[in-house]
Design a protein around this ligand. Structure first.
Ligand code: GLY
Length: 369
C-alpha cells in the first residue's frame, strides 16, 4: 500500500492507495471512529458490485453500517438527492463526530462530501473512490458540490475528507470506456506539471490500462501526490490550484454542449480540452508546435478521444462554445482565465488569452468534423 499525506494542518489526512483496501476498510477506518457505526452513501451499480464486501469488512472489525443507495449517473448530483441524503443522515441521527462514507465515483464523492459539509455544519467523511477519475482527482482536495441547470459544480463547499481509501482492484470492474475517461485526468497531471510523469505514461500507459495493478497503483500515487502538493499550497483555489483545471474550461463547455450525456464523459472532455489548450498555447507562441502533436499521439495510443471530430452528433459553433465557457468558475470580471502551457508539464494560469486564437482553434476543429 502507498500513502500520500495531504498536509493541511488540523484538516490533514492520508490517501491510502493499493490493491485489497476494500477488504481492509474496517481496519483502516476503525482508528478514526468515535463509535463503531458508520453510514455509507453509494449508488446502485457500485452497491451491486461491492457493497456486501465493504459491509463485511466493516463487520469484521465490529463496525455496524447502514447504507443509502442512490441512482447512478451525473443527474444524482442534484438538490433532490442532496436533500434525500441529508434527510436520511438526520433520520439516522448521525452526530457531528460520526463518519459518513462516500462509496462510489466522482458523483457520489462530490454529493456526499457536500452533504457532510452542511450536515450539522460539518460532519466527518471518508472517501472510498471506485472510479479512476475519483481516485486521482475528485476524492482528494475537499471540493464538494452539486450541479445546477446553469452548469456543473456551481453549488458547493470546500470540506476535506478525514481519510481516502483508493482500492486499485476495484478499477478492474470498470468498463474500459470509464477507465479511459478517468485516464484523461491522469494524463492531465503530466500535462500540467510533470514532463517526467508524462514520459512515464507514454511508456507504461498501455500496460497500465491493460490491467497491471502495480502500474495502476503508481499512476494513482503520482497523480495524487501532484494534487496534494498543489492543494497544500492553495487549498481554496486563490491561485495555483486552478492549474488542476487544465483542459476543463474547454471540457466543461463540451460537456454542456453534449447535455452531460454519454456522448462525452467528463474525462473525455478533459482530454480533448487539454489538447485544445495545448493547441491554443502553441498558436500563441508559448510552446513548440510539436508538443500538442506529441500529447495527442499519446491520447491516440491510449485509445482516447482527442479531437472535436471524435465527438458524435451536433455541436454549437465556436462562438456558441465560447458562450458556454462563460459559466466557468475561473471567469473574473467577465473574462475567462484559461490554463495554458509553456511546454508539456509547464501549465500556468493565463489571464490574457487571445480569444481570436481560441475561436480559430475551435472553428478549425469543428470544420474537421
Ligand atoms: N478537480 C480540480 C480540483 O480539485 O481543484
Amino acid at each position: 500500500m502507498e500513502t500520500v499525506h495531504v498536509n493541511l494542518g488540523d484538516r490533514s489526512y492520508d490517501v491510502r492507495i493499493g490493491p485489497g483496501l476494500l477488504a481492509e476498510a474496517g481496519a483502516q477506518i476503525a482508528p478514526i471512529l468515535n463509535r463503531k457505526r458508520v453510514w455509507i452513501v453509494t449508488e446502485a451499480r457500485v452497491a451491486e458490485l461491492h457493497l456486501t464486501a465493504l459491509q463485511a469488512a466493516l463487520s469484521a472489525e465490529g463496525i455496524e453500517s447502514e447504507a443509502l443507495i442512490l441512482p447512478p449517473g451525473e443527474s444524482t448530483k442534484s438538490w433532490k438527492h442532496l436533500t434525500e441524503t441529508v434527510e436520511w443522515l438526520l433520520a439516522e441521527r448521525v452526530e457531528r463526530k460520526d463518519v459518513v462514507i462516500a462509496f462510489g465515483g466522482g458523483v457520489i464523492g462530490d454529493l456526499v462530501g457536500f452533504a457532510a459539509a452542511i450536515l450539522r455544519r460539518g460532519v466527518r467523511f471518508v472517501q472510498m473512490p471506485t472510479s479512476l477519475l475519483a481516485q486521482v482527482d475528485s476524492s482528494v482536495g475537499g471540493k464538494t458540490g452539486i450541479n445546477s441547470p446553469h452548469g456543473k459544480n456551481l453549488i458547493g463547499a470546500f470540506h476535506q475528507p478525514s481519510l481516502v481509501l483508493a482500492d486499485i482492484d476495484v478499477l478492474g470492474t470498470l468498463a474500459p470506456r470509464d477507465f479511459r475517461a478517468g485516464y484523461g485526468e491522469v494524463v492531465k497531471y503530466g500535462g500540467l506539471g510533470s514532463l517526467d510523469f508524462f514520459e512515464w505514461l507514454e511508456v507504461k500507459g498501455p500496460a497500465m490500462a491493460a490491467g497491471d495493478v502495480a502500474l495502476r497503483t503508481e499512476a494513482v500515487r503520482r497523480s495524487v501526490q501532484m494534487k496534494a502538493d498543489i492543494v497544500e499550497r492553495d487549498e481554496t483555489e486563490q491561485g495555483d490550484r486552478a492549474l488542476l483545471n487544465l483542459g476543463h474550461t474547454f471540457g466543461h463547455a463540451l460537456e454542456a454542449a453534449t447535455g452531460y450525456s454519454d456522448r462525452l464523459l467528463h474525462g473525455e472532455g478533459v482530454a480533448i480540452g487539454c489538447a485544445l489548450a495545448y493547441e491554443v498555447s502553441a498558436r500563441m507562441g508559448l510552446m513548440s508546435q510539436e508538443a500538442p502533436s506529441r500529447f495527442r499521439e499519446h491520447l491516440a495510443a491510449m485509445g482516447m478521444k482527442r479531437d472535436l471530430s471524435d465527438i458524435a452528433g451536433d455541436l454549437p459553433d465556436a462562438d456558441g462554445l465560447i458562450t458556454l465557457m462563460g459559466q466557468d468558475k475561473k471567469v473574473e470580471a467577465g473574462k475567462i482565465k484559461f490554463i495554458l502551457a509553456r511546454g508539456i508539464g509547464e501549465a500556468f494560469v493565463c489571464g490574457t488569452t487571445d480569444m481570436d486564437i481560441v475561436r480559430a482553434v475551435l472553428a478549425e476543429g469543428l470544420a474537421a468534423r
